[in-house]
Design a protein around this ligand. Sequence first.
Ligand SMILES: [Zn+2]
Ligand SMILES: [Zn+2]
Length: 187
Amino acid sequence: MLASAFGLFTSCTRAPRADEGSKRLTDEPSADAGSRVPTCVFCDVSREKGFDVVWEDDAFVAFADRSPAARHHMLVVPKRHVESVRTLVPSDASMVQRMAAAGHALLDARGVPAADRRLGFHIPPFNSVGHLHLHVQGLPYKNVWRRAKYPYVPGGAGRHKGWTWFAEVGQVQAILEDGGRVRVGPC
Ligand SMILES: [Zn+2]
Ligand SMILES: [Zn+2]
């Protein structure tokens, strides 16, 4: 299928969906609702575990992508387990905003101009690891195949994004701030 042709599932193994049975029933922010999932690789990001950590604070950690698609390619993840961009609720907009700010600060430090930045999330089932991770990239991409994994697809007719497996971070913020949820289809 298209997704595997682009290698979306090859870079890391998908974490077992251990928390599938305990879906959140409330509208609390995901960042405060999650806890550590023992089988999740992104719940335990540290230098000791082999990650090239470039920044962290109490709530988030950033590290270099193991298989960079662009000149600069880092991931920003919440330290608490958050399943994916699809599970985010409107009250998570502030968490997304903090992740974006961290990503931009990392790109600032590397001298990447605004026009050469791409930040966003893969949308399940087109994600590789079942723990929310923001891709933070300084372009150019290494080749067209890598670029194809991170498309920016604008919305039309009152939508923030079109049909795509990748949601740019500003699109995600706008969707959540409008009270919506992120999905593969236009939203
Ligand atoms: Zn996790
Ligand atoms: Zn991804």
